[in-house]
Design a protein around this ligand. Structure first.
Ligand SMILES: Cc1cc2nc3c(=O)[nH]c(=O)nc-3n(C[C@H](O)[C@H](O)[C@H](O)COP(=O)(O)O)c2cc1C
Length: 467
């Protein structure tokens, strides 16, 4: 699971590990300059519950010490949470499920990056898999802050210095890695990779897009250029692990990327947010719209249950006192349920998105929304299921700003196509999809006009940080 600002929270990581077979997870990116000087920032951002039992002090949130934002989000679930904590203490429960967890740092200063890495190492008693340096963030905030992909482009030697210093200062039990985007051309790629490996890093993640290919300009991933990166690294060291990242939407994409690049592992971000079981072969067994609906709902329910048991996510950038934890949870629900609330039941989407008085605040509110959604679909016949806008592959959150003409996965509509009386003609199908898109656009426009300007959902703020 990729590092993701406001989405790599501990409950989500736990959900991915326990239910979806994910083997390596990351925290969100932490800005080392803030991290070393600001205890509030540390407390709101660094969720290392996995290693709490070993942690010598309250450097990070303890399982039984919640932030105001988390308490607000728990609502009536607070009692359940407390019971769970007590039970675990009575049984002297140790969190055996300690994950291989990578902590991602960002910065342009050798001293503060190393200092924050050492602080994390010390306070987790060394129980973390590694430290990753963000060398790929293409956002304006990284441009201003001189980190991520901008630092890589402006001053690759400084990036190498930071990585060398991390490797020299952290024990060998802690892996050091870099996550990069593709440089503009292949020559730069072939030059850059050996220099990165010279620093002594233990592995490298290559996101197969360039610095300009982000947000709505996101394109299909350059798998061929990831392959070149792997080949270049293997020339240097035949066993060097490279993780391929970018553009994998389904299990079969993962397999084909692994096969065609020779990468050691695959990392996913956006697709995993909507279909967290994408690394499991069983995810391919989902065939009908109805099965898909129940699968999406079960993601949401399981995730909420984990939040209730281990505590809601830390708020990170989204608010220490009020609303922040809930906004992270809500962000996940948006993606799990996007197909249905963005098309068939937009009133529920608006309810979920609304920021203001009398709106949702707690896990219980979210459960009630799921129940409502479930009840609305409960009585549909098979034919009615197949008529729904939400069954189109284009209605997925993942596809929200991707071009419909390229590699659209039609898998989920296969049953709809087979069983409907008049849908067999491809032109009909294309027309139908076009109509649906037009309808969705009109509905979106209507919603935008209805939203009060200052009522911007926090979900959107978090989503704007998509490196
Ligand atoms: C919500 C969101 C937050 C992200 N935050 C980070 C981050 O903190 N650090 C980072 O290196 N990449 C971040 N990324 C980029 C992803 O890690 C990943 O490289 C990118 O989305 C491409 O993978 P995908 O095509 O599977 O989505 C973020 C992406 C998303 C969607």
């Amino acid at each position: 699971m990729a590092p993701m600002v406001a989405a790599s929270d501990y409950p989500f990581r736990l959900f991915l590990r326990e239910h979806c077979g994910v083997q390596l997870t990351y925290t969100q990116m932490l800005l080392s300059k803030r991290f070393v000087i600001d205890p509030t920032f540390r407390k709101a951002h660094l969720d290392l519950y996995e290693t709490q039992d070993m942690a010598p002090d309250n450097f990070v949130t303890q399982p039984d010490i919640l932030l105001p934002s988390q308490i607000e989000c728990l609502g009536d679930d607070l009692h359940h949470y407390q019971q769970q904590q007590q039970q675990q203490q009575q049984q002297q429960y140790k969190r055996q499920k300690s994950e291989p967890l990578m902590v991602q740092l960002a910065g342009d200063d050798v001293k503060t990056v190393v200092q924050s890495a050492l602080m994390i190492y010390e306070h987790t008693d060394g129980k973390l898999a590694g430290i990753d340096l963000n060398c790929g963030c293409p956002q304006n905030i990284a441009k201003k802050g001189n980190y991520g992909a901008f630092l890589m482009e402006r001053d690759p030697e400084l990036v190498n210095e930071i990585l060398t210093a991390l490797r020299n200062n952290l024990p060998s039990s802690v892996a050091i890695s870099a996550k990069i985007r593709l440089p503009a051309d292949d020559e730069a790629l072939k030059e850059r990779i050996p220099r990165l490996l010279d620093t002594g890093i233990n592995f490298l993640t290559v996101h197969g897009r360039t610095i300009v290919e982000n947000k709505t300009k996101v394109v299909g991933c350059h798998v061929d250029r990831i392959r070149l990166a792997v080949q270049t690294a293997h020339k240097y060291n035949p066993n060097f692990p490279v993780i391929a990242n970018g553009g994998m939407e389904h299990y079969d994409d993962v397999q084909s990327v692994l096969q065609s690049t020779g990468a050691s592992a695959a990392m996913s971000s956006e697709a995993l947010l909507e279909t967290p079981d994408l690394f499991l072969k069983e995810s391919m067994d989902i065939k009908t719209p109805k099965e898909q609906f129940h699968r999406q709902l079960s993601f949401a329910k399981n995730y909420l249950d984990i939040c209730s048991t281990v505590g809601p996510p830390l708020p990170g950038v989204l608010g220490f006192n009020k609303g922040g934890s809930f906004s992270v949870v809500r962000g996940h629900l948006f993606k799990f349920l996007h197909r249905y609330i963005n098309t068939d039941h937009q009133d529920l989407r608006d309810k979920l998105a609304a920021n203001g008085v009398n709106t949702m605040r707690t896990l219980g509110d979210l459960r009630r929304l799921i129940e409502e959604l479930e009840s609305r679909y409960a009585k549909l016949t098979e034919d009615q299921w197949n008529e729904l806008t939400s069954t189109s592959p284009l209605s997925s959150w993942y596809r929200r700003h991707r071009k419909p003409d390229r590699s659209v996965h039609e898998r989920y509509t296969s049953v709809a196509t087979d069983t409907s009386n008049n849908n067999n003609n491809i032109d009909d199908r294309k027309r139908e999809i076009k109509d649906r898109i037009a309808k969705m656009k009109a509905q979106k426009l209507k919603r935008t006009n209805e939203i009060i300007p200052n009522d911007k959902p926090r979900e959107k703020e978090a989503l704007s940080i998509t490196t």
